[in-house]
Design a protein around this ligand. Structure first.
Ligand SMILES: *[C@@H]1O[C@H](CO)[C@@H](O)[C@H](O)[C@H]1NC(C)=O
Ligand SMILES: *[C@@H]1O[C@H](CO)[C@@H](O)[C@H](O)[C@H]1NC(C)=O
Ligand SMILES: *[C@@H]1O[C@H](CO)[C@@H](O)[C@H](O)[C@H]1NC(C)=O
Length: 374
């Protein structure tokens, strides 16, 4: 009676399958991301630690136009580099590293801030195919939504920290990355998790579920596929040990898009003396004051602090929601320029001043540089 004996043929088949898998998975691309909603190789186990690499996404509406990064964007990347010393800074964009757009940014044709961003960080420029539709067939209506899909996939495939260009690192986040949690994000006004800053291990469960479900959830709503999905998935995952840490609002997104919050962040307090009031000292190349605070200064020396001044001690990343989008005029505020920050007459300026001071002392910025750098 013929019996099935699991012998050589099966072993050979298993070996062939195994070699096939290895072969399929080895050329796993770390430089060019495929953005179609398809599963990637599953035999490579996810990592346990969130790697020290940062992801930015910037999609050009017209790929034959210049990058138009401003001083505030440079400040954001520089702060990430200054406080975190990342192993890699990725720029996921829709032109190639050897494109004329990148060449013009590098050689200064597109202004000072583009020149800096593309020359001083050893940016890893990752050309992505920008998705046009969600997996459910809905057309992606604007650049912000396309960016949402690119960012989640990038962090899923590479692991690391994603921040929007209007997010300003205020301190190191190594203790968070190394906390043992595989994904970390923070709440915003109203309680949802904000999708403008998040971090994950490569292949982490939270980003994987978010990446899959955003394709189903997309309906053209501003945050249906982003904040709503990361909130739903992230909150559900907290019960699985180590999968998700949700931080309070002040950790990453202390302000908001509301007028009173953008005013509190950006408004210039004209009655406060400028940190640059001594033009003679600046002209002579003197050091700018550090304004470092000792632990108990706020209690022991309340007279040193303005009543409008916010304590940023419990903020890691300042998501500085722009007032531009809503055409709201913030009192005394025009643009984030070196002078605006170095004068230290707003809460935003005081938060990012330590990094601007380093840039000033290194001669990278001048008081009169414009926000566009042109
Ligand atoms: C992109 O910009 C170029 C140059 O300004 C213009 O000729 C072209 O029509 C634009 N393309 C699209 C798709 O808008
Ligand atoms: C900058 O690069 C662009 C694109 O390669 C080129 O056309 C232009 O001549 C360059 N400008 C300078 C000043 O090197
Ligand atoms: C401005 O700085 C110069 C050079 O350090 C110093 O001599 C002068 O006293 C300062 N003036 C004020 C008003 O602080």
């Amino acid at each position: 009676m013929p019996m099935f004996i699991p012998g050589k043929p099966l072993t050979a088949l298993a070996t062939a399958l195994f070699i096939g898998l290895v072969f399929l998975c080895l050329p796993y691309s770390r430089t060019r991301l495929d953005l179609s909603p398809q599963p990637t190789c599953n035999n490579r186990p996810p990592d346990d630690v969130i790697p020290n690499q940062v992801h930015f996404v910037y999609i050009l509406k017209n790929t034959s136009h210049d990058f138009n990064f401003e001083f505030s964007h440079f400040l954001s990347i520089y702060a990430a580099w200054h406080y975190w010393r990342p192993q890699a800074i990725y720029l996921h964009t829709n032109v190639a590293a050897d494109s004329p757009e990148v060449a013009r940014a590098r050689n200064g044709t597109a202004g000072k801030w583009n020149h800096y961003i593309f020359t001083i960080f050893d940016l890893k420029i990752n050309e992505v195919d920008v998705p046009t539709h969600a997996g459910n067939g809905m057309e992606l209506q604007n650049i912000e939504h396309k960016s949402d899909f690119v960012r989640v996939k990038a962090v899923y495939e590479l692991g690391g920290v994603y921040i929007d260009f209007d997010v300003h690192p205020l301190r190191d986040i190594r203790p968070l990355r190394e906390s043992g949690f595989k994904a970390i994000a923070g709440r915003q006004l109203g309680g949802q998790i904000n999708s403008g800053t998040f971090m994950s291990t490569r292949g982490g469960k939270m980003v994987k579920l978010w990446m899959e479900q955003m394709h189903v959830a997309y309906n053209g709503g501003w945050t249906t596929h982003s904040n709503e999905v990361i909130t739903r998935v992230g909150q559900r995952l907290v019960r699985e040990p180590g999968e998700m840490l949700i931080l309070e609002r002040d950790a990453f997104a202390p302000g908001s898009w509301k007028d009173e919050d953008t005013d509190a962040l950006f408004a210039v307090h004209e009655d406060t003396p400028s940190n640059l009031r001594n033009d003679t000292a600046i002209a002579q190349g003197m050091q700018l004051p550090s304004h470092d605070e000792a632990f108990a200064d706020r209690w022991d020396h309340p007279e040193r602090f303005a009543d409008w001044e916010r304590d940023w001690s419990h903020t890691y990343l300042l998501h500085a929601f722009t007032p531009d989008r809503w055409q709201h005029k913030v009192p005394g505020f025009e643009h984030i320029t070196p002078r605006y920050v170095l004068e230290r007459r707003s809460n935003f300026a005081r938060a990012v001043y330590p990094v601007a001071r380093v840039l000033f002392e290194q001669g990278l910025i001048n008081v009169d540089d414009s926000h566009t750098g042109l």
